[in-house]
Design a protein around this ligand. Structure first.
Ligand code: NAD
Length: 345
């Protein structure tokens, strides 16, 4: 039996439940501390999961006293850099909620701190650990020829209250990071340049940027487009977005839920106006996954720390997804101008 990793969680708001449930079921990790600016929130989570952990509101003091192996950062995006740099400087690994940081400057600061400490910094990208997501990714390999375009729609009317209502660029920074990271995961390609426009639609209950259109040039010329709104009432898509991937030999669809469908064509013949469509087929079943979503990503990150390797969503990789976010924001600020990713990383 291995000695459990000692975990200190900071930020005990809404998303903490998605971490604490799978963590409470693990034998290889133990939550020894819960920190929040509002100590009552830390106490409430402690009681809810009967953790018997220490609670408090000052992270530095708690790290010094509890000597955790890992600090788990579930605070708001604006606080991620401060939390990560402090924890890394005190010799802890850091596992953080998305987005990696609220700005590229903060992201680079975190990267430098991780390099200096030799510790892991990794980010929660739970969409990578969904069976239907893997099923859709597998359906893009071979059955529709060479992938040329990927399109994602995200339309949800979410009334959160709290920090999101006041945030700058709320959709792109706090939500589209998921869909952008999914696009990298699905295509296996890195971003090259971004054009975007963003706006706050009439009737929005957010302060800024609840809707956006984004076009990303990926390596090799593939284009990824994103249409999204977080104040779209009725007709909501899945939180995982609704996808259409177009290849030289057909199109694959994922509704972001259970349905993954492939419509391939017979090879186009000269003189034909349109190629003959083959009957649409359901993609083969998803691979079995015991641990999904947050539980799956947590498992990968803790296993990697134990093995002394970098997890799939380590900061050094995730910064490329974050760069899509900040390139989109910079482009929108510049009226849709092309922003190169190389200018940001
Ligand atoms: N992966 C996902 O699917 C997913 C879903 C929801 C939220 N999130 C992310 O999780 C993070 C938190 O979101 P939430 O919905 O739980 O927000 P929340 O507002 O419900 O909770 C945030 C908590 O952090 C605390 N906090 C803020 N700054 C702090 C600091 N410096 N030190 C200690 N505590 C601090 C607040 O008091 C609050 O209790 C965000 O980065 C968000 O984008 C991810």
């Amino acid at each position: 039996m291995t000695t459990p990793l000692r975990l200190l969680i900071t930020g005990c708001g809404g998303i903490a439940g998605a971490w604490l449930k799978p963590l409470a079921a693990r034998q290889d990790a133990r939550v020894v501390g819960l920190c929040d600016l509002d100590p009552a929130r830390a106490q409430a989570r402690n009681a809810e999961f009967t953790l018997g952990a220490e609670t408090g509101s000052d992270l530095a003091t708690m790290i010094d006293r509890l000597r955790p192996d890992v600090v788990i950062d579930l605070t708001i995006p604006d606080a991620h850099a401060e939390v990560a740099c402090l924890a890394l400087s005190k010799g802890c690994h850091v596992l953080a909620e998305k987005p990696l940081a609220a700005s590229m400057a903060d992201a680079r600061r975190i990267q430098a701190a991780a390099q200096a400490s030799g510790k892991t910094h990794a980010v929660m990208q739970n969409r990578r650990y969904l069976p239907q997501m893997l099923r859709f990714r597998d359906s893009l390999r071979g059955s529709i020829g060479n992938l040329a375009e990927v399109h994602a729609d995200f339309f949800i009317g979410a009334h959160f209250g709290g920090f999101r209502d006041q945030m700058q660029d709320v959709l792109i920074l706090d939500m589209a990071i998921h869909t952008f990271d999914q696009a990298r995961f699905l295509t296996g390609l890195d971003p090259v340049a971004v054009n975007a426009i963003a706006w706050n639609p009439n009737g929005s209950w957010y302060r800024h940027g609840a809707s956006a259109l984004v076009v990303v040039e990926m390596a090799g010329g593939l284009r990824f487009t994103y249409r999204g709104s977080w104040c779209s009432e009725g007709g909501n898509t899945s939180w995982e977005a609704s996808w259409r991937a177009i290849g030289t030999g057909g199109t694959a669809f994922w509704d972001g839920r259970e349905a993954v469908r492939v419509e391939a064509i017979e090879p186009w013949k000269p003189g034909q106006f349109m190629a003959t469509a083959r009957p649409a087929i359901d993609a083969p079943p998803a691979p079995a996954m015991e641990l999904q979503s947050h539980a799956g990503c947590i498992d990968e990150m803790l296993t990697a720390i134990r093995a002394g390797r970098q997890p799939q969503t380590c900061g050094a990789d995730n910064i490329k997804s974050l760069a899509m976010v900040h390139a989109a924001i910079a482009s929108a600020d510049a009226g849709g101008a092309r922003v190169k990713i190389s200018a940001l990383i």
